[in-house]
Design a protein around this ligand. Structure first.
Ligand code: ADP
Ligand code: 5GP
Length: 195
């Protein structure tokens, strides 16, 4: 109970979703964010905005100088350079969401996830694995958003990333999408009550 007599909600939790490019992180997350108990972490990045993206919704788009200033201010719980651009997870929205009892969903690459793990940031760490590397290649090709060179680079990196799955709390194989979403929901504690 707080001083004004109102019930304080139970604290929420960070749920971190990570895994190789093309394994289905964004697809799974899209299915979770319709739940009002969930807040998606909007990262900051220095990468240029893609067509169809919305500033403040997909990312906070910053110049390199603005990003560096935030690093100096300690505004990020982690940041990393990914494929030549800087990406970072902001601390303030996470703290507010957890205090309000919400599930704060963080989608980051494997190096960012391992940084948080090393810093012992509390949360549920979920590695999304593709059913196979052949299927991962098919999905990346099917998505059609990368050039052949970038695709090749991401596939190579995926093999190294896959080895890191043992450092996570849970591995969810994204074979059947509905089943993968149900598994992530259960791990996030979202199975009780209405979704
Ligand atoms: P990530 O966010 O991990 O890079 P995406 O969510 O963009 O991956 O998924 C990559 C591609 O694979 C997309 O075209 C998506 O529609 C497709 N995809 C995701 N999950 C599945 C699944 N379970 N079965 C088949 N295709 C999938
Ligand atoms: P994209 O530019 O395709 O949106 O994302 C490229 C990569 O950056 C993805 O692997 C994504 O998970 C990662 N990423 C997005 N936001 C963050 C973040 O805040 N921190 C880190 N470390 N990686 C991020």
């Amino acid at each position: 109970m707080s001083v004004d007599g109102r019930e304080k909600p139970e604290p929420g939790r960070m749920v971190l979703i990570s895994g190789p490019s093309g394994c289905g992180k964004s697809t799974i997350i899209q299915r979770l964010v319709s739940d009002e108990r969930v807040e998606f972490s909007v990262s900051a990045t220095t990468r240029p905005m893609r067509s169809g993206e919305v500033a403040g919704v997909d990312y906070h788009f910053l110049s390199t100088e603005e990003f560096r200033t935030k690093v100096e201010e300690g505004a990020f719980i982690e940041y990393a350079e990914v494929y030549g651009n800087l990406y970072g997870t902001l601390r303030a929205p996470m703290e507010a969401a957890i205090e309000a009892g919400r599930v704060f969903l963080v989608e980051i690459d494997v190096q960012g996830a391992l940084q948080l793990r090393a810093l012992e940031e509390p949360g549920v760490y979920v590695f999304i694995a593709p059913p196979s590397f052949d299927e991962l290649k098919r999905r990346l090709e099917g998505r059609g958003t990368e050039s052949p060179e970038v695709l090749e680079r991401r596939l190579k990196k995926a093999e190294d990333e896959y080895r890191e799955r043992v450092k996570y709390d849970h591995v969810v194989i994204n074979d059947d999408l509905d089943r993968a979403v149900e598994q992530v929901k259960a791990l996030a504690g979202l199975m009780e009550g209405a979704a």
